[in-house]
Design a protein around this ligand. Structure first.
Ligand code: ADP
Ligand code: TZD
Length: 577
């Protein structure tokens, strides 16, 4: 009898083994394509998906809010060229993740938001399911592509399409809708295995047309005051050596956009960062590499751009050309292929720009750098942005390979100007939208994906958007040091309620708040610092120990300016004119 029982059990097990289900197919499809990490938040209907992913060897990082998980996935995509995956529950969880998906699409970061959803039959008849929402329709305008899978045998196709859409051409955010029933659907394991797709060459090279290269090089050769502008597309493309060669062989001054800082070290003699306004206004030919002429570049026109100029634009997206101003020499292709073709065409005899242009740029640079050094050298009490950043500049110089996350208004603008970056893809910031709240998500993914300690420098307002993730940082024991520049409010901390009433002014926070205690609450290390020396010691200790740390850096509440350096973007009330 016992033998029969065993035999039955064995049969049942074989039968069981011969079956697979939607949960396993999703995980197997991701793993087959080299995706090892999931950033998400569990709940109905994806809790078991997250559990099984962990059980099957994926690293699953559970967050406290989906937007932060989504931001983590987005920056993981930027850092690895593989789509970062965010997993959320239906409706509200999905919507929380959607901001991050839209931000990924806006920034050209490859990401896949996988969200559980209600069954279509119920959603389409609006019968009121638990967390019911027509998620696919809502995601579509915010994503580069959006797909739904209804049958287990289509999971392989769904994930393959999501991966391709996220990383090919201009990268972006992809939405993948997985209704609850799909996850539980079973099918024969062998058939399931065969239904999965290992995506071949997910981001194929896109070679530029030879005549577009000829046109670009002709224009560059004729330039008197050329300028190269590197954007985060260039950093993402990982054509680091060729980009450096292009800059050095041509001898042209270059400007890195914020997240392209470090593609060449900011201390490079050809960096024109310290003469930004001058070179933008004076250049006659501008070669854009992976940078859009959007608001961050004043749309390529107006006072910022001064003298008339011609643009060469290297970008993978053909429709980016002429989006703001005429592009005289569009070069459409992937940056690696384009820059390599430009280098071939340029050869070794490119006539470097004349001394007049180079000297004029250097003169501006030297003057501005001397002015900056003077500002940084001032020891103010209380600390202001510059005295605090002076020491962080040295910390980054001593630790050039650590990811540096930065958000805020003044905290962002000053840090970008003061802190030199030395290696590509180390500076991670608010990007194309200037969005607050990316801080902790970016920091977590940077630590997970690179295995390095991370330094995150956030304004107190910026930090607040994702601050609860200090628990996540402690839970996973990640080597992240968060520095909160605490000036008691948004931009600064001295505004008064114009009515004289007891409510605080709209930009004010609780004065003297101790953000360091938040980290301590979850077992991490907190420091409250009021001098540059204390700040430097606290950050160095954090980087040395690798312990989750939050440094509350007390900054003069009067130090900031409204909107940092974006004051011009604030509409004026007619009452205050
Ligand atoms: P920044 O904010 O640094 O100026 P943007 O995000 O505006 O940079 O621009 C990045 C550009 O880079 C986008 O237009 C995008 O299409 C392009 N891009 C991204 N990856 C590649 C790539 N591998 N090859 C070519 N262009 C790319
Ligand atoms: N909400 C979102 C999602 N993004 C935004 N950019 C804003 C609001 C508006 N905003 C800025 O543009 S900067 C900023 C807000 C609220 C915060 C600035 O204060 P801070 O930094 O404390 O973070 P500083 O250094 O004190 O200026």
């Amino acid at each position: 009898m016992a033998e029969v029982g065993n035999e039955l059990q064995r049969h049942a097990a074989e039968e069981h083994q011969a079956q697979t289900d939607g949960f396993h197919l999703v995980i197997d499809a991701l793993k087959l394509n080299g995706i090892e990490n999931i950033y998400g938040l569990p709940g109905i209907p994806v809790t078991d998906l997250a559990r099984l992913a962990q059980a099957n060897g994926m690293r699953v990082i559970s967050f406290r809010h989906e937007q932060n998980a989504g931001n983590a996935a987005a920056i993981a995509g930027y850092l690895t060229q593989k789509p970062g995956v965010c997993l959320t529950v239906s409706a509200p969880g999905f919507l929380n993740g959607l901001t991050a998906l839209a931000n990924a699409t806006t920034n050209c970061f490859p990401m896949i938001l996988i969200s559980g959803s209600s069954e279509r039959e119920i959603v389409d008849l609006q019968q009121g399911d638990y967390e019911e929402m027509d998620q696919l329709a809502i995601a579509r305008p915010h994503a580069k592509a959006a797909f739904r899978v209804l049958h287990a045998e289509d999971i392989g196709v769904g994930i393959a399409r999501a991966i391709r859409a996220a990383v090919s051409g201009r990268p972006g955010g992809v939405y993948l809708d997985l209704p609850a029933k799909l996850l539980g659907q079973s099918m024969e394991a062998e058939k399931g295995r065969k239904s999965l797709i290992k995506v071949v060459d997910p981001a194929p090279r896109q070679l530029p047309a030879p005549d577009s290269i000829d046109r670009a090089v002709e224009l560059l050769k004729g330039a008197k005051r050329p300028l190269i502008l590197l954007g985060k597309g260039a950093a993402y493309a990982r054509a680091d050596e060729d980009i450096r060669a292009l800059v050095e062989k041509t001898g042209i001054p270059y400007l890195p956009m914020s997240m392209a800082k470090g593609l060449l070290p900011d201390t490079h003699p050809q960096s024109a960062s310290a003469a930004r306004s001058y070179v933008l206004a004076e250049a006659d030919v501008v070669l854009l590499v992976g940078a859009r002429l959007n608001w961050l570049l004043s749309h390529g026109k107006g006072k910022t751009w001064g003298k008339p100029k011609q643009f060469i634009q290297v970008d993978i997206s053909p429709t980016e050309m002429d989006s703001n101003v005429a592009i005289a020499a569009p070069v459409v292709g992937d940056i690696g292929s384009c820059v390599s073709a430009l280098l071939d065409k340029i050869g070794n005899n490119f006539a470097k720009p004349g001394a007049e242009w180079i000297n004029a740029v250097d003169e501006r640079k030297d003057k501005n750098l001397a002015k900056m050094a003077e500002t940084l050298a001032k020891d103010t009490s209380p600390m202001n942005f510059h005295s605090a950043l002076r020491v962080l500049k040295d910390v980054v110089k001593a630790n050039p390979s650590i990811p540096f996350v930065n958000e805020g208004a003044n905290t962002l603008d000053y840090a970008r100007a003061v802190i030199d970056m030395y290696e590509p893809r180390k500076r991670l910031d608010v990007g194309t939208w200037g969005v607050m709240g990316v801080g902790m998500g970016y920091a977590v993914a940077a630590a997970v994906e690179t295995g390095k300690p991370v330094l995150a420098v956030c304004g107190d307002s910026a930090f607040g958007f994702s601050g609860m993730e200090v628990e996540t940082i402690c839970r996973y024991n990640l080597p992240i040091c968060v520095v909160v520049f605490n000036n008691n409010g948004v931009y600064k901390g001295i505004d008064k309620n114009p009515t004289g009433g007891s409510d605080p002014a709209v930009t004010m926070f609780v004065p003297g708040a101790r953000y360091d205690k938040m980290m301590e609450a979850f077992g991490g290390v907190g420091h409250n610092v009021t001098t540059p020396q204390e700040l430097e010691a606290a950050v160095n200790e954090a980087l040395r120990s690798g312990k989750p740390t939050l440094v509350n850096a007390v900054i003069d509440p009067a130090a900031g300016t409204e909107s940092g350096r974006l004051t011009n973007l604030n509409p004026q009330s007619s009452a205050s004119k």
